[in-house]
Ligand binder design. Structure first.
Ligand code: GLY
Length: 320
């Protein structure tokens, strides 16, 4: 197994801070918020999150509004409005959010017709005694909270679905895949938060729910340790409680990058056949130090980092 080049990763992350003019203390370094998101759409999400954090001082608010940017963008066909539908042509969304200070989470599963599931998830967390709501009940809750149902299937997503549907031997998910998410973790002043939103696997069996909206899988946050989020094959990653694993390891003293490595090492050791698929994670500790890792070089992770008023897209190291 090729060891990942952690030294290079840490040096690169350090250089990014230095380039932005690193403040002397952790408090100063994280005062305006450090935002870390998956994939290239994380750039705009982080910028919005930083703006909202500047105005509200709330990491949860920042994560919600940052993720909304990606949910609203029809060009991102794996999240929110314009997401690729399930096997019946219905866009079915999952999202979850967690406040590391209260250790409370909120999530929605298999939500139809509402383009901002992360906002509904936040209301589950803040306006109810529940943590997770699914399907028709989640939709009725969203409507009661003032969300307007709408058609989420864009012409582009419809065209892609028809192409899949009409292909003579089209792939189905009574065993198989294709996916991605927006995951975001954030830190400021010793506090952390995390969120995750997805339309899930394209052409999935209706009702399928994977890691993204599950507490401890798609996201987890605890001020005593840090926050993490996952993207990739959620049907598999769910079995590893990836985000909780990483946060727990940070709580035991690991650097976020080491904690990400620890998870991948465990996954690779426990099931060597997992090595070729897409499994990616991001992590942050309360000091604003970060980790990002993909399982292998064939399925590389890009992550967006916002720190000290500047954002950039980076290539994450890979585990093997
Ligand atoms: N990780 C996103 C999904 O598999 O639905």
């Amino acid at each position: 197994m090729e060891p990942i080049d952690r030294k290079t990763f840490l040096a690169t992350a350090g250089a990014a801070v230095a380039a932005a003019g690193a403040p002397a203390t952790v408090e100063a370094a994280t005062a305006s918020g450090v935002f870390l998101s998956t994939w290239k759409w994380g750039i705009e999400a982080n910028a919005k999150a930083a703006e909202v954090f500047g105005a509200s001082g709330s990491l949860v608010e920042a994560i919600e509004k940052g993720i909304n940017v990606v949910e609203d963008d029809p060009k991102v066909m794996t999240v929110g409005y314009g997401g690729l539908p399930n096997a019946q042509g219905e866009v079915e969304l999952d999202a979850g959010i967690m406040d590391g200070t209260t250790r409370r989470a909120g999530a929605v599963f298999s939500l139809h017709k509402i383009k901002n599931p992360i906002s509904v998830a936040r209301l589950v967390m803040e306006e109810t005694l529940h943590t997770q709501m699914a399907g028709e009940g989640a939709l009725q809750f969203a409507i009661a909270m003032g969300f307007k149902p709408m058609q989420l299937l864009t012409p582009q997503a419809l065209e892609a679905w028809l192409k899949w549907k009409n292909a003579p031997h089209h792939e189905t998910f009574w065993l198989h895949e294709n996916h991605d998410t927006i995951g975001m973790v954030a830190a400021s002043g010793g506090k952390v938060a995390a969120g995750c939103s997805t339309s899930g696997l394209a052409w999935k069996i209706p009702g399928r729910v994977a890691d993204s909206p599950l507490v401890g899988c798609g996201y987890y946050a605890d001020d005593a340790a840090g926050a993490a989020s996952a993207t990739g094959n959620g049907d598999v990653m769910t079995n590893y409680c990836t985000s909780k694993h990483i946060v727990q390891k940070m709580g035991e003293g690991m650097h976020p990058q080491e904690a990400c490595e620890d998870l991948m090492r465990y996954m690779a050791r426990s099931a060597p056949n997992l090595r070729s698929d897409m499994y990616c994670v991001i992590a942050i500790n309360p000091k604003g130090e970060i980790g990002a890792l993909s399982m292998n070089a064939k399925q590389p992770l890009q992550y967006a980092l916002w720190r000290n008023g500047a954002g950039a897209l980076h290539a994450a190291p890979h585990f093997m």
